[in-house]
Design a protein around this ligand. Structure first.
Ligand SMILES: [Zn+2]
Length: 234
C-alpha cells in the first residue's frame, strides 16, 4: 500500500475517535435540554391537574351553597305557612315548598355527579404527582449519565488529540490537507476501501479499471471519481 495512505489510515483511526467524542460533546447539552424540558412538562401537568381538582371542588361548594339557600327558603316558607290564616296563601306556599324541594333533589343529584368528578380529578392529580416523581428520578439518573459521558468524551479527546498531531507530522502536507478536506466534507471517513468486486465502499460505485490499476501500482493517491474519498485495496 502507498506509504502516505498508510499514514493517513492511522490518522483516520484517531480522527474518527476524535470526531465521535466531539460529536458526543456537542450532543450532551442538547440531551440535557431535552431532559429539562420533559421535567418542566411534568411540573406543568401537575399544576394543571391541581387546578382542575380545585375547580371541581369549587363547583361542588357552589352547588352546596345553592342547596342551603333553598333549604333556608323552605324554612322561611314553612314559617309563613304556619302564620297565615288564609287557605289560598297556605296552598300557594305549599306549592312553593314543593318546587324548592324538587330543586334541592335536582341539585343533590348534580352534587353527586360533581363529587365523582372531584374523585376523578384527585386521581388524575395523584397520577401527575407520581409522573413527576418518576421523571425527577429519571432526570437525576440521566444527569449522572451525561456527566459520565462528558467526562469520557473529554478524556478520549485528551488521550487521542496529542497522538493525532504527532502522527500528522509524518504525513506529506498536501496529502494531509486533501485528507482533512475530504474528512470534513464527508462527516467522518475520508478513506474508503475498494471491495473485491472493484467498488468504492464509501459510495458503492464501481471504479474504472484505470483507477484500480493505479491503486495496484501504489505510486500515488487515488480518489474515488464519485465521492472523492481516498481509496485503498482490500
Ligand atoms: Zn466513492
Amino acid at each position: 500500500m502507498n506509504e502516505t495512505l498508510q499514514a493517513l489510515l492511522i490518522l483516520q483511526e484517531r480522527d474518527i475517535k476524535l470526531h465521535t467524542a466531539r460529536t458526543d460533546l456537542e450532543q450532551i447539552p442538547k440531551d440535557a435540554t431535552k431532559i429539562k424540558a420533559a421535567l418542566t412538562a411534568k411540573v406543568q401537568a401537575l399544576e394543571v391537574a391541581k387546578q382542575a381538582q380545585l375547580e371541581a371542588e369549587k363547583a361542588v361548594k357552589a352547588v352546596e351553597l345553592d342547596i342551603n339557600t333553598r333549604k333556608e327558603t323552605i324554612t322561611k316558607l314553612k314559617m309563613r305557612q304556619g302564620e297565615t290564616k288564609r287557605n289560598e296563601e297556605y296552598q300557594m306556599l305549599g306549592h312553593e315548598i314543593i318546587r324548592y324541594g324538587d330543586d334541592i333533589d335536582e341539585l343533590e343529584t348534580k352534587e353527586l355527579e360533581l363529587m365523582e368528578v372531584v374523585d376523578l380529578k384527585k386521581a388524575e392529580r395523584e397520577a401527575a404527582k407520581e409522573g413527576l416523581a418518576n421523571e425527577k428520578q429519571f432526570a437525576t439518573e440521566q444527569s449522572q449519565v451525561l456527566i459520565a459521558r462528558k467526562k469520557n468524551a473529554e478524556l478520549k479527546i485528551q488521550e487521542v488529540a496529542g497522538d493525532r498531531e504527532e502522527k500528522a507530522k509524518n504525513v506529506d502536507p498536501d496529502a494531509l490537507a486533501l485528507y482533512e478536506r475530504i474528512f470534513k466534507q464527508r462527516g467522518a471517513g475520508a478513506i474508503a476501501c475498494v471491495s473485491q468486486t472493484g467498488k468504492c465502499e464509501g459510495c458503492n460505485i464501481k471504479l474504472p479499471p484505470a483507477d484500480v490499476h493505479r491503486l495496484m501500482a501504489g505510486n500515488d493517491l487515488v480518489q474515488c471519481s464519485e465521492c472523492s474519498r481516498l481509496l485503498y485495496l482490500a
